[in-house]
Design a protein around this ligand. Structure first.
Ligand SMILES: Nc1nc2c(ncn2[C@@H]2O[C@H](COP(=O)(O)OP(=O)(O)OP(=O)(O)O)[C@@H](O)[C@H]2O)c(=O)[nH]1
Ligand SMILES: [Mg+2]
Length: 327
């Protein structure tokens, strides 16, 4: 199907067309790349802005289970929900864990839901672009809520936080010392911390953990993009559907407040600028990788630096000059 044929079908919300379009943007082939760009241009005027929610957490914390329960609640209310996954580990294992549809059986049967597993792709930069473009396609297809699941390792969380309106951190019930292991940078990114598995034997621990996180969040520097009481910690149970309504209310409260105070659009504008800069950076690096002469030059200069024949400053200036960039 050509971009001209795909665009109207996507706009009318056809899930199969959406799936094909995402396959197109995931392709590394140059002709596909050109078609993908044409398609994105054709869809640029599509109305509708989704609420983009990033969800992160360590393996096994219950992200998929939560998304399924949360997604079912939202679709029952008439929302159209798209779920995308960013899985940095899939590049290594060659398969996808996060996007595992079998773990979202109910939601994947739901007509108002669209679930896209994470494909395996090596470079995180490529994953970022693909995911952003997939979000744009989902929005054009009329999905009002886009959830992006990512596992809490490495750069993928930062990446997801840079392309979403709200960033939610899912945590497991823990002892006090485990809490201290949570990186400050990640806490600072969170708009909402959900302590999952607040059910059965784990319930008291989950409640204590929630209180601990609430205390820790309180100690962080106040951010201008937050109303009173945010960021916040809530105890939930994805298997017992507990706290999901409260979590959704909090997300909406926060999004509405940010919209009303200009922070919502400001964040999107800053994100657009960020990704533009990233793409330029990536393009420059790709040029280095692609061009054998540049690669050879790079290796050669690297050896001279290692041997102490050239300073880092001198060698990097020479390399940048070769690339047509003046430092
Ligand atoms: N008791 C309890 N168990 C849960 C809850 N949510 C998830 N689990 C269990 O935790 C395990 C992991 O759940 P997943 O939803 O696959 O976790 P995940 O974070 O998506 O894991 P990865 O995709 O591997 O990173 C499963 O055995 C779930 O049944 C919950 O609310 N309460
Ligand atoms: Mg999962």
């Amino acid at each position: 199907m050509t971009p001209d044929e795909l665009a109207p079908r996507i706009k009318s919300g056809e899930r199969r067309a959406l799936a094909r379009a995402i396959t197109l943007i995931e392709s590394g082939r140059e002709d596909h790349r050109a078609q993908a760009q044409e398609l994105l241009n054709l869809l640029a005027d599509a109305p509708g802005q989704a609420l983009r929610i990033g969800l992160s957490g360590t393996p096994g914390v219950g992200k998929s289970t939560f998304i399924e329960s949360f997604g079912m609640m939202l679709t029952a209310e008439g929302h159209k929900v798209a779920v995308l996954a960013v899985d940095p580990s899939s590049a290594r294992s060659g398969g996808s864990i996060l996007g595992d549809k079998t773990r979202m059986e109910r939601l994947s049967r739901e007509p108002n839901a669209f679930i896209r597993p994470s494909p395996s792709q090596s470079a995180l930069g490529g994953v970022a672009r693909r995911t952003r473009e997939a979000v744009a396609l989902c929005e054009a297809a009329g999905f009002g809520i886009v959830l992006i699941e990512t596992v809490g390792v490495g750069q993928s969380e930062t990446m997801v936080a840079e392309m979403t309106d709200l960033f939610v951190l899912l945590m497991a019930p823990a002892g006090g010392d485990e809490l201290q292991g949570v990186k400050r940078g990640i806490m600072e990114m969170a708009d909402l911390i959900l302590v999952n598995k607040a059910d059965g034997d784990l319930k008291p621990a989950a409640e204590r953990t929630r209180a601990d996180y609430a205390g820790a969040l309180h100690l962080l520097r106040r951010r201008p993009q937050d109303p009173e009481g945010f960021p916040k910690a809530v105890a939930v149970s994805a298997v017992e559907d507990r706290g999901l309504r409260e979590a959704w209310d909090d997300m909406q409260t926060l999004a509405e407040w940010r919209r009303a105070h200009g922070h919502f659009d400001a964040r999107r504008a800053a994100q657009a600028r960020y990704w533009f800069t990233e793409e330029v950076r990536r393009g420059l690096l790709a040029r280095l990788d692609r061009d054998p002469a540049m690669r050879a030059r790079m290796t050669d200069l690297g050896e001279k630096v290692a041997a102490g024949e050239l300073t880092v400053a001198h060698a990097s200036a020479e390399m940048l000059a070769a690339l047509g960039v003046t430092a």
